[in-house]
Design a protein around this ligand. Sequence first.
Ligand code: C5P
Length: 226
Amino acid sequence: MYLLIPAAGSGRRMGSNRNKLLLNLLGQSIIGWTIKAATESNRIDWIGIISQPDDWQDFENILGELNLDKPVKLIKGGSTRQESVYNGLGALPSQAEQVLIHDGARCLATPSLFDSCTETLGRTSGLIAAVPVKDTIKVVNDNNIIQSTPDRRQLWAAQTPQGFDVKLLKQCHQEAVSKGWEVTDDAALFEKCGLEVLIVPGEESNLKITTPQDLAIAEFILKNRK
Ligand code: C5P
């Protein structure tokens, strides 16, 4: 399976002036943990890491330390996640028919989650890992006045990996460019194009590292995994 890892964001919400994925988490960079988990899944054969050229030397150093036995390609990131994934799709080897996309910031995903997503992608052309939401979710207007309360039983929190038929996802991204759609994940593009996306059970611990508090929680989870 081909895997793209969007890793070209900034550290703004982390309060960091560098790419948050280069921050240290128990002796290893955040992106290092992510790559390690992906490569420990023997279903993943090729990895494209999408990142800003300014960070490439750091990424090369991390890859050198991990000493991987799978091909890894560094791909230039865009100014949004959507743009970064679009660049990644363009850099896939021509024989790639399916692809998993996994955020570099989700460094706690386990190798078995990559396995289950890969297996399921044999039966569908679009999937995402997700977990049922635990909170009651409110939809509000610009003045923070609640407009509705969706039935929680129908709400799932989207994670990554997300997996797709490459040809279809490329078409969706091209349509997004021509229509000016802006989305925060690839499943949303599939949905907008009227294509089906199946949910695969995700992992409660598969959080996206966004704030310093997430980093502390990730440390706790990893320590308890050892
Ligand atoms: O900012 P956020 O954590 O939601 O980003 C999700 C993922 O997308 C992160 O792994 C981040 O590195 C990546 N990203 C990207 N290119 C951007 C912005 C974010 O690859 N321009």
